[in-house]
Design a protein around this ligand. Structure first.
Ligand SMILES: CC(C)(COP(=O)(O)OP(=O)(O)OC[C@H]1O[C@@H](n2cnc3c(N)ncnc32)[C@H](O)[C@@H]1OP(=O)(O)O)[C@@H](O)C(=O)NCCC(=O)NCCS
Length: 234
């Protein structure tokens, strides 16, 4: 099997969303932030929301898919990574462009439409989402001290059944190689302590901080990891 890592194309989106849904089903953050009880979690609604996020990511993020090149164009996406670009604190890179502003607005509109269309959030516990966003802002203010900004790994996932075969490393290296060339740091958050921290340490990340999101006695721990730039790979 030959694995190709390439930028996402519009036709990849359904398979990308499926890959994310499958790989995150048992993710501690997902379990905490969504009401996953039967009848409460609406997979179709979640699909629509992730699709809108992917369409936004195609234009605004570094967004890659892993495909088996021997399996044909219709074969499923085997892995996904979506990274936010660094925002250097130089008075230019930290300012939102008009097209970014417009894309944020379009995403907001699509999510609003999904809210109406599905008559709800499909199980997302909005209060918990905002608890996480608040804790994330505190954590990033605390540890994002480098004025050059950080490549932020927003989504990384490998389809169940294909994990542990080097696909995740390939998805990481597309961006970590770029970060190394630019002398820039990378950042990620994981709610799965094992085995993810060990996996990310293999990719050069170190645990920098943890986040505790709590609501009504239900707690979700998230692990914030940073990767310092490294010498280019041989
Ligand atoms: C986390 C994830 C993206 C990693 O991708 P992957 O394809 O499984 O990882 P790889 O096979 O490329 O392995 C990367 C490194 O971690 C090591 N590794 C893989 N699985 C491991 C495990 N269970 N324990 C310890 N190390 C492990 C590998 O040996 C490899 O190191 P090496 O290249 O130095 O030998 C993938 O497992 C995944 O999608 N998990 C479920 C969803 C998820 O948790 N997503 C991340 C949310 S933050």
């Amino acid at each position: 099997m030959g694995i190709e890592i390439r930028p996402i194309q519009p036709e990849d989106i359904p398979s990308v969303v499926e890959c994310i849904q499958l790989a995150f089903a048992d993710d501690p953050y997902h379990q905490w932030a969504f009401d996953t009880r039967p009848g409460k979690f609406n997979k179709e609604r979640n699909f629509a929301s992730l699709k809108a996020k992917c369409e936004w990511g195609m234009r605004n993020a570094l967004f890659y898919v892993a495909k088996d090149i021997d399996a044909g164009a219709d074969a499923p996406v085997l892995g996904v990574s979506m990274w936010m670009k660094p925002r250097p604190a130089d008075g230019v890179g930290d300012k939102q462009t008009w097209s970014e502003w417009l894309d944020d607005y379009i995403l907001w509109f699509k999510q609003g439409w999904n809210l109406l269309r599905f008559q709800g959030r499909g199980g997302l516990i909005t209060k918990r989402y905002w608890i996480w966003k608040r804790e994330q802002a505190v954590a990033q203010k605390d540890i994002w001290t480098d004025p050059n900004g950080y490549y932020f790994c927003n989504i990384v996932t490998v389809r169940p059944g294909h994990q542990g075969k080097g696909i995740g490393r390939r998805l990481f290296e597309v961006v970590t190689d770029l970060a190394d060339q630019e002398g820039r740091k990378c950042y990620l958050e994981s709610s799965k302590e094992e085995p993810n921290i060990a996996i990310y340490e293999k990719m050069g990340f170190r645990l920098a901080r943890s986040m505790v999101c709590e609501d009504g006695g239900d707690v979700c721990h998230l692990f914030c990891m940073i990767r310092d730039p490294q010498p280019p790979r041989p």
